[in-house]
Write a protein that binds this ligand. Structure first.
Ligand code: ARG
Length: 401
């Protein structure tokens, strides 16, 4: 009789390679490895081959880069996705997409199990499993790294006994996660938050001290809240993000160093590199400030905060996330135009902007000859605006007498 199937989210690294064998043995199932490309530049053919080599009955690669941009990053931009004011939440953003593809494969193949390599201390386990449960609650989840209780040394022994290649040379002192929207760095010396992060943690960004002495300017054209051209050249969103990661990274832009509150209740020290996200969010906020009316602009951040929490907490497939998205999309109808961003030694600043939908009225704003504003109208406005303050304070003073 054929064995039950388990579909594993596979990265090609040691943990998920060991997981293939461990799951197969422990649960007596056949494992299908699925590697999903969300913009980390890796040798996916090599990863696919390795999956089979270490024991998967089938090894699949899914190219989801454009899907990640079109269905996830675009929404993140419209909603200015940012967790705790610093983290563009790119890992959180990609997890539901990975889990979604895993579930799709599991249903196509008639699998009984899905599996991921996340530990029991992080947010990622939550994001994977909430998505499994939302999309296909009949699937059973296996979380080997949470179940096997192996130390690093035991894991390497296990790998050697099972003919699983162990990366040679010095193991990276860090644990990283990478996609089109950013790169995260955890573990090793970073875990001591009282010490500055060492230089070797950074890969996408140069140190601001070593960045060029002349600023770099980039012009980003937006249509309905989304970038459509870089320096006058139209290109796909995914390509634009890739280019900006390089340009901004070379100027030392996009380093994040923070204490973060995980959903599972732990505080952790995190490093992130998000050059393109930093530039695009700055530019997007800037074009919004030109095109959105004051009340929409003041209200939108409340929902941005809530949307960002939902994404960080793994609640992508929920009605509230969708409803807030609908609000965001509505606000972006007029958010079109061009922003000039200046990149200089780790700084990123929107320095100029223009839009066919600009709400800036030169005649109203100017103190020069073109002034069209009638200042005499302000007097009556202020008298009425001040009325509640005038009345309450008058009453208060009388009571104090
Ligand atoms: N702290 C971040 C988050 O929770 C990054 C997690 C990185 N994940 C990883 N498997 N290395 O979203």
């Amino acid at each position: 009789m054929a064995k039950e199937l388990c579909v594993l989210a596979y990265s090609g690294g040691l943990d998920t390679s060991v997981a293939i064998r461990w799951i197969a043995e422990k649960y007596d199932v056949d494992v299908i490895a699925v590697a999903i490309d969300v913009g980390e530049e890796k040798d996916y053919e090599g990863i696919r081959a390795k999956g089979e080599q270490v024991g998967a009955v089938e090894s699949i690669v899914v190219d989801a880069v454009d899907e990640f941009y079109n269905d996830y990053i675009t929404r993140a931009l419209r909603a200015n996705l940012m967790y705790e004011n610093k983290y563009p939440a790119f890992t959180a953003l990609a997890r539901p997409l990975l889990a979604q593809h895993q579930v799709r494969v599991a249903l196509e193949k008639g699998a009984k199990y899905v599996a991921h390599g996340c530990t029991g201390k992080g947010n990622d386990q939550v994001r994977f499993e909430v998505t499994y449960q939302a999309l296909a609650p009949q699937l059973k989840c296996i979380a080997p790294a949470r179940e096997w209780n192996m130390t690093r040394e035991q894991e390497i022994d296990y790998a050697e006994q099972h003919g699983i290649p162990v990366p040679v040379g010095k193991k990276s002192p860090y644990s990283t996660d990478t996609n089109l929207w950013g790169r995260s760095i955890e573990c090793g010396v970073i875990e001591d938050p009282s010490i500055e992060a060492p230089d070797d943690a950074w890969e996408w960004t140069v140190s601001p001290q070593e960045a060029p002495d002349e600023p770099t300017y980039v012009k980003i054209a937006f249509e309905k809240g989304l970038p459509v051209a870089l320096d006058g050249e139209q290109m796909s969103g995914a390509k634009l993000v890739g280019k900006l990661n390089e340009i901004a990274g070379a100027n030392g832009v996009g380093r994040v160093n923070m204490m973060e509150n995980r959903l599972v209740g732990i505080k952790s020290r995190e490093l992130y590199e998000t050059p393109a996200a930093t530039v695009l969010l700055a530019a997007h906020r800037d074009i919004e400030s030109l095109c959105l009316d004051r009340e929409t602009m003041h209200f939108k951040p409340y929902l941005e905060l809530r949307w960002s929490e939902l994404v960080y907490y793994g609640l992508w497939f929920t009605p509230l996330r969708e409803a807030i998205d609908a609000f965001m999309e509505e606000t972006q109808k007029t958010v079109s135009g061009e922003v000039t961003v200046k990149l200089y030694k780790g700084n990123c600043e929107a320095v100029a902007r223009k839009s066919p939908n600009s709400l800036y009225d030169f005649g109203l704003a100017s103190y020069g000859d073109e002034d069209t504003f009638d200042p005499s109208k302000s007097k009556g406005f202020i008298d009425i605006w001040a009325l509640p303050a005038k009345v309450t304070n008058t009453v208060r003073r009388k009571a104090e007498e």
